[in-house]
Unconditional design. Structure first.
Length: 312
């Protein structure tokens, strides 16, 4: 099979042996695979794949058709359309997925949308609801609202009955983010839009001090991105005085049991919204597999609304 391959800090396309489905696993013909920040970090050598995942083939999410099933795999049939989060290896013509993390693709969802959904919607749902306990009527702030996780979080927050505000740096993207259901503000002035019950931090350390200032009493801050920096000074008095909760989350290194639990949560709470048309997957651009390097460069350039998706 052909696959995106990381070599010496670059990403290119190489031939690899076809993978085989093991116990409880599915062999999937990949039709679409999203590009995420983790792929960029892995290319730079800063985010290695977890044990058991291909060390040199990036890709944390995929959508495709079941080609074969390993021993004991019974949740799906050959030919079923599925999507899933994987530890790596998604940006290839073929990939192996454990059946417990695979989910059925709702009818009407095309391949680019399906390929761009699992990572960002699972991340957003887990951070907002499993971690932060966002409730109807609460006020949510999403930093980095134009990205994949940001657009997912805005829609999920709105669907749950929260009042959503999002920071968007590029003026040309603000109308598109607003159309998803958020009040859009410039990142430099988000502290004037508070207070907030929950803040989803996708930018990193530079926002920490002001995040604490604009959180309401009992507020929750969930950190899932640190692209602008990972270290900041923390005022514990602010945490104590407002009874704040600070938490962080990543999906990639979690064990199978925990990843399966997030998949079941998405099946229960997110896929019905997709089927109803109340939540969608904004796709900024698609690229053939041969243009994976261009897709990565487009990702790092910023200025996109939603997902970039490879179509093997």
């Amino acid at each position: 099979m052909r696959a995106a391959t990381i070599r010496d800090g670059e990403v290119l396309v190489e031939e690899h042996p076809d993978p085989e489905a093991g116990k409880g696993e599915l062999l999937v013909r990949v039709r679409a695979a999203g590009v995420n920040g983790a792929d960029i970090h892995q290319r730079r050598g800063g985010y290695p794949a977890p044990p058991g995942s291909p060390p040199d083939i990036p890709g944390l999410e995929l959508a495709g058709e079941v080609l074969a099933r390993g021993p004991g795999a019974e949740r799906f049939e050959d030919g079923d359309r599925v999507f899933a989060i994987v530890g790596g290896g998604g940006q290839a013509e073929l990939a192996v997925v454990h059946e417990r993390v695979a989910m059925p693709i709702p009818g009407g969802l095309d391949w680019p949308e399906a390929g761009g959904l699992p990572e960002v919607f699972t991340t957003a749902h887990d951070a907002l609801f499993t971690q932060a306990g966002l409730a109807p009527g609460e006020r949510l702030l999403v930093h980095g609202g134009a990205g994949g996780v940001g657009t997912a979080a805005i829609q999920l927050g709105r669907a749950a009955g929260a009042a959503v505000t999002a920071t968007v740096r590029r003026a040309e993207l603000r109308d598109g983010v607003s159309a998803l259901g958020a009040d859009v503000v410039d990142p430099e002035g988000f502290d004037e839009a508070g207070p907030f019950d929950v803040i989803l931090e996708l930018v990193g350390a530079p926002n920490l001090e002001r995040n604490l200032q604009v959180l309401a009493t009992g507020g929750r801050l969930t950190v899932i991105g640190v692209g602008a920096g990972a270290k900041a000074e923390l005022n514990l008095l602010a945490v104590m005085g407002k009874r704040l909760r600070l938490m962080g989350s990543t999906l990639r290194p979690r064990p199978l049991e925990e990843k399966a639990a997030t998949a079941r949560a998405v099946e229960r709470h997110v896929l019905p919204l997709i089927r109803a048309g109340s939540v969608r997957v904004p796709v900024a651009a698609t690229f053939p597999l041969d243009e994976v390097a261009a897709a990565y460069e487009r990702f790092t350039a910023g200025g996109k609304l939603g997902k970039l998706v490879l179509l093997p």
